[in-house]
Design a protein around this ligand. Sequence first.
Ligand SMILES: [Zn+2]
Length: 227
Amino acid sequence: MEENRKCHKVVVSLSGGIDSSTVLALTLKGFHPKEILAVSFFYGSKHNQFENEAAKKIAEYYKVEWKLIFINNIFSFVKSHLMIDGGDVPEGHYTNKSMKQTVVPGRNLIFISILAAIASSYNANLIKLGVHAGDHAIYPDCRPEFIEAIQSVLSTGFDEKIEIKTPFLHNNKSQIIATGKELGVPYELTRTCYKNQETACGKCGSCVERLEAFAKNNIIDPIKYEE
Ligand SMILES: [Zn+2]
């Protein structure tokens, strides 16, 4: 067990969506699968169980160790339409004002703190996340200034060096898919829809952004959508 822990070099935050799956594929360009630990969170969102299942399949596909961390109790105070007991997930474009209802306050801040603690425990000195330019408008803890600030916090909060890398910080989802296409990312295994249903709805902001990004790449999205 102890030996196994020592061989991880990088912790990848793997939600089971397009962005983090592409980050994992990119990471495998520079690391052996055994050096990578993929981490997913169960925090209580409507789509959480479906994205966790997707993350597990993607980790298996790439033969990397996968850990699911349960933090739904921590998030039980959160008021967001994304959460299981929140209001309906808004439909329409991702940039619509209504999408702000799906913001989960402090989610990335809390995720990064846990990822850093895991990295420290596993002797890894690198954390990788799939935050991207499309997140900046509504998620404050996905913006470049936040990533820069939290990097500074980690430098003082841990004795060892823990570096954060967000390779798609300035890219949009269609650019991420273009990269993923070259890397052969199995997008048929990914989960994006925010709704509490197995089959993607095709109408929520998250589905709409995904469909537009595939269309811009002239690729047909390989997942199933409800009629
Ligand atoms: Zn949807």
